[in-house]
Structure formats: structure tokens, C-alpha cells
Design a protein. Structure first.
Length: 296
């Protein structure tokens, strides 16, 4: 093989890996898995590192599979949006059959790892999250803004899954973590939908709660964000964390609420962007605070 051929083969391999990273939404999948891992640490009396790695890998494969199925379903609408038109499916760099095979293999492998190395409850939760995201939330996005509520259910499963993986029980502590991540998704996703509103409209997606970038949508975003302040105190109330984590979580909730209030006041893309970045910070801060409280 010539040096030129080897170089081209190397570039092709790198491009293929890059395309699979886009298909599985690599960075998003890692963020999703992070919340499951932190919930696992919160629920563990002693950390089983084999289970921790299997949770990470299995959770990533399940999440990547659901993201791939989402892109298969939306490959035509992805062509209509600037943000997504260069993904491998709408750009023609990957066939539907290849993406489907990859998503099925990843989903089955993730389900096996969670079930075999952790427990059956974890595997079933992961499978439910995959199916509800791909086959309930995804098709509803073009029908009704209620899709965001439906999508928040599989979106909140990672924390519950992490707790169940550690404890093998659906105890109230796991549902507390679920509730926090469930409510967090509304300001998180509505901030993104506000910024991407024109792109989403081109694709026919109805995602903002009041149909557009208006005071009503901003008000609902603010109200949902406010609920995180009392919800953030539940871990302290149920003995999952101490005073330090309660203070940190409350301060994070107040800052997050202030950012949503600025969106209500200004109704601007700049305020929505600050809220979006605030959402990326809020959830890890809450979970990490509970992990540190448990360690100390």
C-alpha cells in the first residue's frame, strides 16, 4: 500500500469515528452518563469500581443508541436546520441501515451490561429510557409542545438509574434525584428551544411552551425553574445530604432562578443563552455537592 493510500485510509477511519461520535452525540451522552455516575456514588455505601465502569459504558451505549434512533427518525428534518444538516445521515455520509444496525447493537450491548453487571432493574430502566425517548418523545416533537414533558421522563431516568444501580431498589431517594433532574430539564430545554427557535420552526418542531419567544413562554420557564429551589431541599430533608450541600444547592437554585427571571424580564436571546449555560452548571453542582457531603 502506498503512503498516499495509507494516509487516505487513516483519514477515512478518523472521519468514520467522528461520524459515529455525531450519531451517538458523544458529548451529550457523556453528560447524561455523568448524572447516572454521580447518582450511583450518592447511593453507594462502598464503591464497586467494576460496576461503576459498567454503568458508565452501559449507560453510554444505551444513550448513544437512543440518540442514533432519534437521528434516523429526524434525518429529513435535520436537513432543514443549520445546526443539524451536516450530521452523517442528512449529509449522506452514512446510510440508514448502517445507523440502525449500530443503534441496535449499542442498545442491546448497553442493556446487557446494565443487567448482567448491575441488576435487572437498571437494565429495564435503561431500556425504558431508550424506547420512550426514541419512540414517544421524538415523534411528538412535531405535534405538540407537550413533547418536552414526555421527553423529560427518559431525560430524568439517568439519576434514578444510577441510584437503582447502586441500591437495587426504587426507593424514595432515587425518586428525589429523578424529580430534580425532571424539573431541571424544562428551563434547560426551553432555553435551547428559545435560542434555536427559528431553526426548529423551519423543521416544524413545536417546543416552546407558549408557541414562541414571548412573555408566556418566559413566564412558564421561570415558574418551572423556581420549583427547583424547594426540590433542592428534599435531599437534606430525607437525609441524603447535610447542611453544606443544602446551602450549595439552594444557592445554585437561586442563581438559576435569577437567570430565568432575567429571561422573563428581557425576553432576549442573550438572556436565554445565559440560562442555557446556567443549566449546564446547575445539575452537576447539585449532584457533586451531594457526593462530597456523603464523602465527608
Amino acid at each position: 500500500m502506498s503512503k498516499f493510500s495509507m494516509t487516505m485510509s487513516h483519514r477515512t477511519a478518523i472521519s468514520r469515528i467522528y461520524d459515529y461520535g455525531l450519531l451517538f452525540k458523544f458529548r451529550l451522552s457523556l453528560l447524561v452518563v455523568l448524572s447516572a455516575v454521580l447518582a450511583f456514588l450518592i447511593g453507594s455505601e462502598t464503591v464497586n469500581y467494576t460496576q461503576l465502569w459498567m454503568l458508565t459504558l452501559g449507560g453510554f451505549l444505551i444513550t448513544g443508541s437512543s440518540n442514533a434512533l432519534n437521528q434516523i427518525y429526524e434525518r429529513r428534518t435535520d436537513k432543514l436546520m443549520k445546526r443539524t444538516r451536516l450530521r452523517p445521515l442528512p449529509d449522506g455520509r452514512m446510510s440508514v441501515s448502517e445507523a440502525l444496525i449500530a443503534s441496535i447493537i449499542a442498545g442491546l450491548a448497553g442493556f446487557f451490561l446494565l443487567t448482567y453487571f448491575l441488576n435487572v432493574k437498571s437494565g429495564l430502566l435503561g431500556l425504558f429510557g431508550l424506547l420512550s425517548y426514541a419512540f414517544a418523545y421524538t415523534p411528538l416533537k412535531k405535534v405538540t409542545p407537550f413533547a418536552v414533558f414526555v421527553g423529560a421522563i427518559p431525560g430524568a431516568i439517568p439519576t434514578l438509574l444510577g441510584w437503582v444501580a447502586a441500591t437495587n431498589t426504587y426507593s424514595y431517594e432515587g425518586w428525589v434525584l429523578f424529580a430534580i433532574q425532571f424539573m431541571w430539564q424544562f428551563p434547560h430545554f426551553w432555553a435551547i428551544a428559545w435560542i434555536m427557535h427559528d431553526d426548529y420552526q423551519n423543521a416544524g418542531f413545536q417546543l416552546l411552551p407558549a408557541g414562541g419567544k414571548n412573555n408566556a413562554s418566559a413566564l412558564q420557564t421561570t415558574l418551572y425553574t423556581f420549583t427547583l429551589i424547594p426540590l433542592g431541599l428534599l435531599p437534606y430533608y430525607y437525609g441524603m445530604g447535610g447542611k453544606i450541600s443544602a446551602i450549595v444547592i439552594t444557592l445554585a437554585g437561586l442563581v438559576f432562578f435569577w437567570q430565568s427571571f432575567r429571561l422573563l424580564k428581557e425576553c432576549s436571546d442573550a438572556a436565554a443563552k445565559k440560562l442555557m449555560f446556567g443549566s449546564f452548571i446547575y445539575l452537576p453542582v447539585v449532584l457533586i455537592a451531594l457526593v462530597f457531603d456523603k464523602i465527608h
